[in-house]
Design a protein around this ligand. Structure first.
Ligand code: URA
Length: 480
């Protein structure tokens, strides 16, 4: 039995080195035992047997390399041997990675998906608390990721909070950013993180303001924000009360006139220079809406991912008769990870309610899945996506269309029109018409709810809103 001792739980370089040597020396997977010993200095260079003299160098498919980067972060003792088994089998099965029904490939993909989800949750649920030391203000967060994604997600936080000194403490490893350099230390104890501070009030106020009672689905909310993360989330304390108040607030929201979009102050980061590819790029067709939701988090089809908090997937029943396509997530959607939850979403909800269209029976998505914006001072200002960004993101929309197969697709505004119809579709000319699309669905084009919020003149606003409600009624009838 060959025993390999790796320097850490995430020692990909050590694993790669040892696996290369084992394979070259002809050691089969069942004869290799993988262990981790945290004292790196003891084991430096201990990467399995020395390679056999004259062993031919080999290459492995890119899919394997990308998968290994994710799988190694999965919390299971099995991962090193699973990867080595795949590496071993690739010698005689060069197309192995393409056989998705193979149990080893399937398991590795399952691990990779769980890791990608854990990274996504970490990006969404880390909450910093303010502390101060001799150098002034700093921020500390405690987090317990489902898998060992701390090092892999730290560059995201460095980019997102470039001007803050911060540390993220986890049981596996701690990441530290001093506004210039990322560094890592060993895992920490929850007691090392500060418990509460004034920032929590900020978070609670913000969360309460984006909570959309009309869209309350308790089970879906708990799925998105699993209870295991609640104790680190200052806003979690609000959830029971917000749920209790939801019904009354919904009626109030529908009754109220739309408000101007709230101007949020967000500290955004400078554009990243290098592509810090931290995940897989999915080239194959996604098989489910869940897969799309996951894959857009690592989408690199255009550059918009760089400045966005996350990709915002579509939402709604898998077989909805009616699909709405907006332009792109706004500031609040970018932070919340859900489409149409900000001011435009409230306007849409109000008009849907008036048109008698139950949003819960429709599928709501966007032509572009990342928030395009520019920084003005501290504000993130919406920017219209360009034609190439809309085209790049059509890959996702086309697959959503194939999976949901709605009877009718409503394009909200010009960018959505471009994406749905593949060419400019002037709203004034084409509204109130069912336009035949090549996939046998009917396309309808109407105003974007944000446009209704921007119309300055009260009469014109009321008229545009009435037309919007009429268009929603028309589309719903067409989809019946
Ligand atoms: N505007 C859009 O087009 N989509 C959203 O999800 C929010 C605002």
């Amino acid at each position: 039995m060959e025993v390999v001792r790796l320097a850490s739980e995430t020692d990909l370089a050590g694993w790669r080195n040892a696996a290369r040597n084992l394979r070259a020396a002809g050691v089969p997977p069942e004869a290799a035992l993988w262990t981790v010993d945290g004292d790196a200095s003891l084991f430096a260079g201990e990467g399995g047997p020395a390679p056999a003299a004259g062993a031919a160098p080999f290459t492995v498919p890119r899919e394997f390399v990308e998968l290994a980067q994710q799988v190694i972060l999965y919390r299971s003792d099995e991962r090193f041997s699973l990867l080595y088994r795949l590496l071993w089998r690739l010698q005689v099965e060069p197309n192995l990675m393409k056989i998705t029904t193979d149990p080893d490939v399937d398991k590795a993909r399952l691990f990779a998906r769980a890791v990608s989800k854990a990274a996504h949750k970490m990006k969404a649920f880390v909450r910093f608390r303010e502390v101060s030391d001799e150098d002034g203000e700093a921020f500390v967060a405690w987090f317990e990721p489902a898998h060992r994604v701390t090092e892999a997600t730290a560059p995201f936080f460095a980019k997102r909070f470039a001007n803050m000194r911060w540390s993220i403490l986890t049981p596996d490893a701690c990441a530290h950013w001093d506004t210039h350099t990322l560094s890592f230390t060993r895992g920490a104890d929850p007691a090392d993180a500060p418990i509460s501070d004034a920032l929590e009030d900020y978070w609670r106020t913000y969360y309460a303001s984006i909570f959309n009672p009309a869209r309350l689905k308790v089970s879906a909310m708990q799925k998105e924000m699993p209870k295991r993360y609640w104790r680190n989330l200052p806003e979690a304390g609000l959830i029971p009360e917000l749920i209790a108040q939801a019904e009354a607030r919904t009626s109030e929201m529908v009754r109220q006139a739309p408000s101007e979009p709230e101007r949020r102050i967000v500290k955004a980061e400078p554009r990243a220079r290098a592509a810090a590819a931290d995940g897989r790029i999915e080239g194959r067709a996604p098989a489910s809406l869940e897969e799309i939701a996951e894959a857009i988090q690592v989408c690199r089809r255009c550059d918009l991912w760089r400045d966005a908090t996350q990709g915002v997937p579509g939402e709604g029943p898998k077989q909805a008769r009616l699909m709405f396509v907006g332009e792109q997530p706004g500031d609040q959607e970018d932070l919340a990870g859900h489409p149409f939850v900000g001011p435009a979403g409230q306007m849409l909800d109000k008009a849907l309610a008036e048109a008698g269209v139950p949003r819960a029976e429709t599928y709501v998505t966007n032509a572009v899945k990342h928030f395009k914006h520019e920084l003005r001072g501290k504000r993130r200002i919406h920017q219209t996506p360009n034609t190439s960004e809309v085209s790049a993101c059509r890959w996702w929309l086309d697959h959503e269309r194939q999976l949901v197969r709605p009877r009718v697709i409503v394009a909200l505004g010009a960018s959505a029109g471009l994406s749905v119809f593949g060419k400019p579709t002037p709203i004034a000319k084409f509204r109130q018409q069912g336009l035949q699309l090549p996939d046998q669905t009917q396309g309808v084009v109407t105003y974007h709810p944000s446009y209704l919020l921007r119309v300055p003149d009260a009469d014109a606003k009321a008229k545009a809103y009435a037309m919007f409600v009429e268009d929603l009624k028309f589309a719903w009838k067409l989809a019946a």
